[in-house]
Design a protein. Structure first.
Length: 122
């Protein structure tokens, strides 16, 4: 009889653990959906900003859509592949000691100089 209670208790503990894991997974999925929606809104906003900036440049300076497409293609081909992705550039050297800057660190890990990066470097 006691053995049956122990098994029932162990089964209830397993059920509780499974329910807790399911709840955690459900919250994580909801968080991921929210983050995905926010990212989509950010992309849409950036697309509108980019389109507005292009419209201004085109109207004020007389550039054409073909010229823009050619520049986009040139940027895409920096890595030798026409794949719609910006090529990752190698880390630039430190302006003080000349060693390669590491990742996104704001300072050189070797000499402590502030890492100077271009506006489009990632």
């Amino acid at each position: 009889m006691m053995e049956g209670l122990f098994i029932a208790g162990a089964s209830q503990a397993s059920v509780n653990q499974a329910q807790e894991a399911a709840g955690t997974a459900s919250r994580a999925a909801a968080d991921a959906r929210t983050q995905n929606r926010e990212t989509q809104l950010d992309v849409e906003k950036l697309f509108m900003i980019t389109e507005a900036l292009w419209k201004m440049v085109k109207e004020q300076h007389g550039y054409t859509d073909d010229q823009l497409a050619e520049i986009i293609c040139d940027i895409d081909l920096r890595d030798g592949q026409l794949d719609g992705k910006v090529a990752r550039q190698p880390n630039p050297p430190c302006s003080q000691c000349g060693r390669m800057l590491m990742g996104r660190h704001p300072v050189c890990l070797y000499c402590g100089a502030v890492a100077v990066r271009g506006p489009f470097e990632r």
